[in-house]
Design a protein around this ligand. Structure first.
Ligand code: CA
Length: 223
């Protein structure tokens, strides 16, 4: 689970980051509204925590911008003001919930868990590509009528491919999404795992689905 925290107060940002990482979440930080929008568009977050008073672009405008770009991640607003007008403005802009500063970490965590759970349920529908079918709730995968037995990492890798079909995925993108990790020597591991996955998904079929994009990465497509 990957969370973006958009917060310009360094102390608050690192307090949230430490707490959430301690609970097993992966946390990225953005320190102004523009950076928040850029990162929110670029990565596939499970949740975005958005402060309202931000430099460059305020939080409400940032949420609107993200929604206009079709970013589906649930958004939890952090606001220093708790007037009805502010809360309504926040919800109108496309946020899902709000929390008034100062807050206890336990309260933040409860809201985060509720929103992430809701998001996961909404994403629970089966994903189908060609004759591949993936059930994100049961963590099961089929090709045609045959269930494919995958390890947790192979499953996460295939899910990432199936959520982004016919899109070239660079090794960096794969590393960030599947391993929450980025550095160059890691790309060998990705190649190894893609080969594991190919053996299970493609080896016994004439129609190959996982293709190498030379010098770039991989793509899931029908030819
Ligand atoms: Ca602020």
């Amino acid at each position: 689970m990957r969370i973006l925290v958009v917060e310009d107060e360094k102390k608050v940002a690192s307090f949230i980051q430490r707490g959430l990482e301690g609970e097993g979440f992966t946390v990225d930080l953005a320190s102004d509204g523009e950076e928040g929008v850029a990162m929110g568009k670029q990565n596939n977050y499970d949740l975005i925590l958005m402060d309202i008073m931000l430099p460059k672009m305020d939080g409400l405008s940032a949420i609107k911008a993200l929604r206009e770009e079709g970013v589906p991640a649930p958004v939890l607003c952090l606001t220093a003001k708790d007037t009805v007008e502010d809360i309504v403005a926040g919800l109108d802009s496309g946020s899902d919930d709000y929390l008034t500063k100062p807050f206890a970490f336990a309260e933040l965590l409860a809201r985060v868990r509720a929103l992430v759970r809701r998001g996961t349920q909404e994403r629970g529908a089966e994903i189908v590509y060609a004759d591949l079918k993936l059930d994100p709730v049961a963590h099961k995968v089929w090709r045609g009528d045959n269930e494919i037995d995958l390890t947790a990492k192979e499953y996460a890798l295939l899910e990432f491919f199936m959520r982004n079909p016919e899109t070239t995925l660079t090794r960096t993108m794969i590393a960030e999404h599947v391993w929450d990790y980025t550095f160059d020597s890691f790309t060998n591991i990705i190649d190894v795992y893609v080969n594991y996955l190919r053996k299970k998904v493609d080896r016994d079929y004439t129609q190959k689905l996982i293709h190498t994009v030379r010098g770039v990465g991989y793509v899931l497509k029908e030819d």
